[in-house]
Design a protein around this ligand. Sequence first.
Ligand code: ZN
Length: 436
Amino acid sequence: MVSRPELSDHRKKTSQEMYRLIEELYPICRSITGNGVRETLKAIGKLVPLDTVEVPSGTPAFDWEVPREWNVKDAYILDPYGKKIVDFKQLNLHLLNYSIPFNGKMPLTELKKHLFTLPDKPDLVPYRTSYYKEAWGFCMTQHQYDSLEEGEYQVVVDSTLEDGHLTYGEYHIPGRREEEFLISTHTCHPSLCNDNLSGIAVATFLAKELAASQPEFSYRFLFIPGTIGSITWLSRNESLLGRIIGGLVITLLGDDSDFTYKTSRQGNSPIDRIARYYLNSQREGHSKIRDFIPYGYDERQYCSPGFNLPVGCLTRNSYGEFPEYHTSADNLQFVKPERLAESLEVIQDLVSILENNHYFINLNPKGEPQLGKRGLYDRLGGGNEGKELQLAILWVLNYSDGDHDLLDVAEKSGIDVGVIIHAARLLREKELIKPS
Ligand code: ZN
């Protein structure tokens, strides 16, 4: 929609920077708490001025409590010959996330009770967690599992689970208005790229570019662990929730599929209308719009009935619906720089519509104003582009009645919202309309 002539070079550079951030973060073992999260926030903090917040274990958050902090030094399994067959340091997905410390020997039958595989995807290592039930375990390919010989195995989980903190990152970009738009992405997955490093990379660069643009609205970026992170943040920030005019939970933004927008629970809030309009008009036939369901990412918390915030969720592929989801195949090859750049651009377009979508009042509503004497008629003549803008001017004038915003005008007229916004800008300059 909004054309950006300088985009190609800039977009290329940004796509590479986003991918580089993913490469840097990929090896780090993240979880809902722990040093991996801190290290991740530190890397983001080199790109945007992030506030890092530490919430002590045991802090109540509505019906929840901030859990103990989990950290891992090492974890592996030695086979009966003393050979290391599974190594956390090679791939952190091998360790059941939040495994309690353990050191001991056991026969294969006993070990198997602690092993997780994907029988229908025998080459892939699954991603598994056990945050709220004390357990230890390892994840491996089904092929490896099938090749294990009888005998005694040595298991080492050199982890700690003790009182500490839950760590999240927050970046507030003040706009000309106090009303805020929320962008939230989770930071709790270890070596998985699309879910969730793509969200982290796109959010970081969106924040960087928004901060440089002197936006109309204020923007708040949250880099938080899934579920407990958003619940904790909500419990500490109830007083500012009234300012939130919209928001997006973003993740799964680096794969090849087209976009999916899941509406907020409200269903028809400004961001719902904008995303629906944008995807239907710009990516017709490819993108998907889904109604809110109380399942998925942190929109579940923002849209819980006690808050009912107008927060939707933008992804490419959907939660749980692609074979690489929550497996070792969600790796650096699965996400692509150009897809990240395209995702960033789509969110920037949504934000641009949000920033410009106002209600106006026609200051000369009795008959059409004479456009020619204001230079809004003859200068437009000629080509198709001029003709569209001319039409857009008439549409905006007619529907500047305080009841229709520019998105309504775009929908009614079938004219691209970018052209409608341009027309409104010209009419405002000539003092033919004013914001209502
Ligand atoms: Zn996930």
